[in-house]
Design a protein around this ligand. Sequence first.
Ligand code: DGL
Length: 270
Amino acid sequence: MPYTIGLFDSGIGGLTVMREIRRRFPHHHMIYLGDTKHVPYGNRHPEELIRLAFTIVDFLVAAGANIIVDACNTTSALALPLLKKAYNLPFIGVIEPGAREALRLSPNKRIGVWATQATAASQAHLQAIKSLDPEAQVFLQACPCLVPLIEAGKTRGPEVERAVREYMAPLEQQDIDTLILGCTHYPFLTPVIKKMAQKGIKIVDPALPTAAELEGFLPPENALSGEKGQCLFYVTGDPGRFAEIAFQLLGWPELKYTQQIKLEKLPLAL
Ligand code: DGL
């Protein structure tokens, strides 16, 4: 039997995680919730983020999810430990997989992290990396301009290049050899980041190791029938706008059926 994987984020960012999970596990069902009414999460108070994450997980569980991927670094940093305690189902976040992958790739253990203000302030990446390698040097950089640009569909051009240069410079001064994209929106900027960053800096998109981590929780793909899993998309804000920008970036036809929900309203199970 295929599983139903529930994923959530503040907006389109978590789709970068869903993209890798769909590539790897195409026969499982997926329900995605973008809390676009409250995007960006990065400048919200931790208590509010925890409350939003619990409401979202209630929704995904009621919709039939049997595993949850917290496809948002900000809620992975601030709410995930509490969610794991409160619900009796498996949760995967994006911070630890990214930390492990960065340590695996980094030659000199000088690791930069781009993140939202709330994630940077939580120091969750710093703690995750240091718990695996206390000698590693971690440099956190909050990037408040990036999520609004990406949510507006701007993933290249002079404005994006200026912001990327601004956030890269302090980390290059610290001589980082590896950069974690510590917000799930940022991988949409990978071509610009690769163009602007000093040559040789390794770019870590935590979506890949996060998808790999699901392996241990799902029935193997070859045990499932050949049918593709269904993907459902929900947002708390304007569904047309989300669908248009996400389709422009990913080209998934199912996005045009994105539905708007009020979080207290429960959807039909798959
Ligand atoms: N994509 C999210 C993250 O990984 C949230 C960004 C935001 O809404 O500020 O942190």
